[in-house]
Design a protein around this ligand. Structure first.
Ligand code: ZN
Ligand code: ZN
Length: 196
């Protein structure tokens, strides 16, 4: 899973976790790395990736928000983010040839950037709210983002891997985790205090 994140997003998983946990701690307030109300919805929709990158350059963020993540040695490989992207590009070219591979890679990158920024932008801007937090649920976006678009639910229960709260809310990430649990490949994680 970590290798997949590394190759498909160009982000070191621990850095991603740190920025995302900081976002949860300061949601839509001072200290949140990406706030549509402060930075502008257009900025976040278009430049979310650079806001995340800027935050990973802050050494305090990773140190403070991933204290519970053990350094098992893989971080050193995954911190070479360019290598992950090169490997992923190589996979596309090997699978589809240079032209189709380049088109598939470009489509993947655009879709990824759109989905990622829509969670931090649109899902903090439009959509329905079930709980009293600043995030929104966008049903359609949840279909594209493995459930993450149920963002208001997620902000209410950030430690839960299940994002759906109603039967009609579709949560593909939870279905995947439920299957992995049945196969004995996933266990509930102990809850930890983050960034205190
Ligand atoms: Zn959020
Ligand atoms: Zn989250």
């Amino acid at each position: 899973m970590r290798a997949l994140i590394w190759m498909t997003t160009g982000i070191e998983p621990r850095q991603w976790a740190a920025v995302h946990r900081k976002h949860h701690k300061f949601s839509d307030a001072e200290g949140d790395p990406h706030v549509p109300y402060v930075h502008g919805i257009g900025q976040i929709q278009l430049l979310n990736y650079s806001y995340c990158r800027r935050e990973t350059a802050n050494p305090d963020t990773v140190a403070r928000f991933t204290r519970d993540v053990a350094d098992d040695g893989w971080h050193r490989l995954f911190s070479r983010t360019w290598l992950g992207m090169v490997l992923f590009a190589g996979f596309f070219v090997a699978a589809f040839g240079p032209l189709l591979g380049a088109i598939a890679l470009a489509a993947h990158m655009l879709l990824y950037l759109f989905q990622n920024s829509s969670i931090n932008g649109a899902a903090h801007w439009i959509g329905y709210q079930r709980f009293a937090n600043s995030a929104r649920n966008i049903w359609l976006l949840a279909l594209l983002t493995a459930g993450e678009g149920l963002h208001n639910n997620h902000h209410e229960f950030p430690g839960s891997s299940r994002f759906a709260q109603r039967w009609w809310e579709i949560d593909p990430g939870w279905y995947t985790i439920a299957i992995l649990r049945r196969l004995g490949l996933a266990q509930p994680a102990p809850s930890v205090a983050i960034g205190d």
